[in-house]
Design a protein around this ligand. Structure first.
Ligand code: BYC
Length: 330
């Protein structure tokens, strides 16, 4: 359904005069902060935008397991191993809540996964970067989950009820993830000179990819204007990026690490930190599939899907037999 809808999606936000009566009533609900629920009428583009964003979000959670899963067997202690295992498992659960939220819009999980595997849907650019050593796992928890929380706390107020409610639970778990990442970074940053060097290197390499998670500048963002009018997004890409920078710089200072780039400076007039842009051409290149790990990530996901076919088939057959037995017993 989504594949069909994106072909017909219109661009530009309609004025009240251009809206039909039904669309005006819908916008009035949005403006009054009344949540939209699955059985409510909604414009096709609202549905398509949600399926795109929620689907992309679900795929990010699932693909996001790969860079961390890579380190479960090599975590430095049994405790760190158990914590990382639990975190990676949480990400699978987040994917599940989000695919379920997309299902309430009439789009099946199988279809979304098919579109991902065919390269027709995206997932967060950040997961196309490698995790080279243990410090990277700390930095991912701290910076990547930290960036995700900034975005997802705002999404708890998104206008679509099932998405907003999924975010509440996800945010609770993500905040635990960010803390465990920061704790791992503290151990490294306050450890031996070699550990400290690894922590600094991880921060330096992951800083700009984390900044890219918020998407392009508002002026370059295709969907922001309409998504904000519909309150699918309640804060813009640039607002969220600034919030992330402002909350993260004091955390870097607490670790005693150097700032990852020279453009970071407190701006007294704005009451915010200034910072440099990431390399947006690199961002676009990663989105086109040319990041360091895009090919590996997609191959891993396609293989997992194919390897899991017997489990899906077994469960479906069990459900079919159970239903048939229930009918026979009536
Ligand atoms: N990466 O018009 P824009 C996690 C695309 S998982 C890739 O601003 P929008 C975690 C965008 O899709 C957290 N693509 O878009 C998991 C659009 O392309 P299409 C993931 C990006 O949607 C495991 C085009 O660029 N979080 O934390 O209004 C372990 C123009 O952009 C990116 C979410 O998914 C990107 N970074 O705003 C650890 C949050 N940025 O679709 C951690 C939910 C932009 O037209 N999503 N694009 O082909 C959102 O809040 C919004 O979708 C975004 C982008 C802010 C990301």
């Amino acid at each position: 359904m989504y594949a069909q809808m994106i072909k017909t999606a219109r661009s530009g936000v309609k004025t009240r005069e251009e809206m039909t009566e039904q669309e005006r009533a819908f916008q009035d609900k949005i403006d009054a902060d009344i949540k939209i629920e699955p059985r409510d009428w909604m414009p096709d583009d609202y549905r398509a935008t949600l399926i795109r964003q929620i689907g992309q979000h679900a795929h990010s959670e699932v693909v996001g397991q790969l860079p961390e899963g890579n380190w479960i067997t090599r975590a430095p202690t049994l405790e760190r191993k158990a914590i990382l295992l639990a975190k990676v498992q949480d990400e699978a659960g987040h994917g599940l809540y989000l695919y379920s939220a997309a299902e309430t819009l009439g789009e099946s999980r199988d279809e979304l996964v098919r579109l991902l595997h065919e390269g027709r849907m995206k997932y967060s650019s950040i997961f196309n970067y490698p995790t080279l050593n243990w410090a990277d796992i700390g930095a991912v928890g701290w910076l990547v989950d930290g960036a995700a929380i900034v975005n997802q706390v705002a999404l708890q107020r998104t206008s679509y009820g099932p998405y907003a409610r999924a975010m509440v639970r996800i945010c609770k778990e993500e905040s635990f993830h960010a803390r465990q990442g920061y704790h791992a970074m503290m151990k490294m940053a306050l450890g031996s000179p070699e550990q400290r060097k690894m922590a600094q290197d991880a921060l330096n390499r992951l800083w700009f990819p984390a900044m890219m998670m918020f998407g392009p500048h508002d002026s370059e963002s295709t969907h922001s204007e309409q998504s904000m009018a519909w309150k699918i997004k309640v804060k813009s890409n640039d607002e969220l990026r600034q919030q992330f920078v402002d909350q993260t710089i004091p955390q870097i200072e607490y670790l005693g690490l150097e700032l990852p780039e020279p453009g970071i400076k407190w701006n007294e007039d704005r009451g915010h930190y200034d910072f440099s842009d990431p390399d947006w051409s690199e961002f676009m290149d990663v989105l086109r599939g040319n990041g360091p790990c895009n090919v590996d990530r997609m191959n891993a996901r396609r293989k997992a899907w194919d390897d899991g076919e017997w489990v899906r088939d077994g469960l479906l057959e069990h459900a079919r037999k159970k239903a048939a037995r229930a009918v026979a017993a009536e």
